[in-house]
Write a protein that binds this ligand. Structure first.
Ligand code: DLL
Length: 433
């Protein structure tokens, strides 16, 4: 463990620490950010009234819209001369969100990412190639600073340029590669085409650190078997800090959340009620140590479940289930709630298919229609329409029995689905165009 004192802290001690830090964070936000003062005042809540973590329910939520409304610096709680870095979340609609970090925030950011690396068994002997994008996106610099904090030799290559990625893995002896799961699939495909000139199994690569987008157990199997690596999940969001909010440990069953920095709750996305531990809902974050950009009860829209399970790794930290998707990515198909990741799970179990797909949702009549576009392997594709019809039927039967929806299946020619170097676009929603 990178920091055993906090990662293996008994729960009662963790709760005491959280309470103390929460009081500080609430006061810090209230006293320094006019938005929080107004929103707390409107809710009839004052930080002095916060006596136990049960009082959380009295604290108002913060939404993505609040962040947009306060673009760019409105939610900063320190003067700009104390801010040493900003990142920004991509945001496809409306204003982007600008998040700020003080020197100490950068220290915390590096620490939590280093702890993630510890979860994967990394040490200072490792050589870590950072293939997340560097820039306003938190992935590149986040992994970079965490890797240096752990003491790994850090290769700041950023995303893209697959040929060069492969050359560096081989020449520099990379042991860990960090990138999005969809980019790693893209790399795996590239390697396949270079056979037998490039053999990934004869390199030192042993770990892949994958996150920034949802990926399923089926995707893990595909990646691990194609590349001969251990694939671990890393999760985070810019509004909270970036990567490093939580990470899978050696058990690969859920991600430990670094609760000494991020206080988490699960709520019912419809009513905003707090749900008991173990139930699935929207995860809400409160940063309890951040200086520049405190996030108080931030509604992430990510859907997951929290639980504690005496993890064999020795960490006492609460775990979150792999994120199934975002509440705003959830498709409601004739009354059935469907996440793209559930469709991925079905597709990944069908032998003839490649892990490249897109889901198109449209509403030509009164009802939502789903089209799943997916690639087959070259062999099946070359067998012609009879074989493809069989595959289509297999997919739509499996989708119907697993998810209870009917869907149109389109088999796309090999390479027909766009490849990604960062976050993949899995859903094309034409309903509001
Ligand atoms: O994606 C931070 C990050 C960088 C995480 C590199 C991991 C690795 P944002 O661009 O703000 O930050 O996007 C955050 O991406 O709310 C989730 O919906 C999704 N997401 C991030 N990690 C995972 C993951 C970065 N491991 C949003 N599994 C989050 C599923 C993820 N979804």
């Amino acid at each position: 463990m990178f920091n055993k004192e906090f990662e293996a802290m008994p729960l009662n001690k963790m709760r005491e620490l959280q309470l103390e830090r929460m009081k500080w964070s609430l006061r810090h936000a209230y006293e320094n950010v006019p938005f929080y003062k107004k929103s707390f005042d409107n809710a009839g809540f004052h930080p002095d009234q916060f006596k136990s973590l049960d009082d959380m329910k009295r604290v108002p939520f913060l939404t993505k819209q609040d962040m947009r409304d306060n673009y760019p610096y409105g939610l900063f709680a320190v003067p700009l001369d104390k801010v040493v870095r900003i990142h920004s979340s991509s945001g496809t609609t409306g204003n982007a969100t600008v998040v700020g970090y003080t020197k100490n925030d950068i220290e915390v950011f590096s620490e939590v990412v280093a702890r993630c690396l510890g979860c994967y068994g990394a040490t200072e002997k490792d050589i870590l190639q950072v293939a997340y994008g560097y820039g306003l996106f938190t992935g590149g610099l986040g992994l970079h600073y965490g890797s240096e904090k752990m003491g790994c030799l850090t290769i700041p290559i950023s995303g893209g340029n697959t040929e060069r990625q492969l050359m560096l893995i081989k020449d520099l002896g990379t042991t860990i590669l960090a990138c999005t799961p969809s980019y790693l699939l893209n790399i795996a495909e590239y390697i396949e085409k270079k056979k037998p000139d490039y053999d990934i199994r004869s390199t030192n690569l042993r770990i892949a650190i994958l996150g920034a987008e949802p990926w399923t157990e089926g995707m893990r199997r595909e990646i691990e078997s194609k590349l001969g690596v251990d694939a671990y999940d890393i999760y985070g969001l810019s509004e909270v800090i970036g990567p490093g909010v939580s990470a899978e440990c050696s058990e690969k069953s859920g991600m430990h959340i670094f609760e000494d920095h991020f206080y988490v709750e699960i709520i019912d996305p419809e009513t905003g009620e707090i749900l008991p531990e173990g139930e699935q809902g929207e995860i809400v974050y409160t940063s309890i140590t951040k200086e520049a950009f405190p996030g108080i009860r931030y509604r992430s829209r990510d859907i997951t479940r929290l639980y504690r399970d005496n993890c064999k790794c020795g960490r006492t930290l609460v775990k979150m289930e792999k994120v199934t998707g975002r509440s705003d990515d959830m498709l409601i198909i004739r009354g059935v709630n469907v996440f793209p990741s559930q469709i991925e799970t079905v597709l990944m179990d069908i032998e003839e298919l490649e892990p490249h797909y897109q889901i198109v949702v449209d509403r030509k009549t009164a009802m939502d229609e789903v089209e799943i576009m997916v690639e087959t392997d070259e062999k099946t594709y070359s067998q012609g329409s009879g074989a493809l019809d069989n595959v289509k039927k297999k997919i739509s039967d499996k989708i119907r029995s697993a998810l209870g929806i009917s869907s149109k299946i389109t088999i796309v020619e090999p390479m027909g689905i766009p490849r990604s170097e960062g976050k993949a676009v899995r859903v094309i929603d034409k309903r509001n165009i």
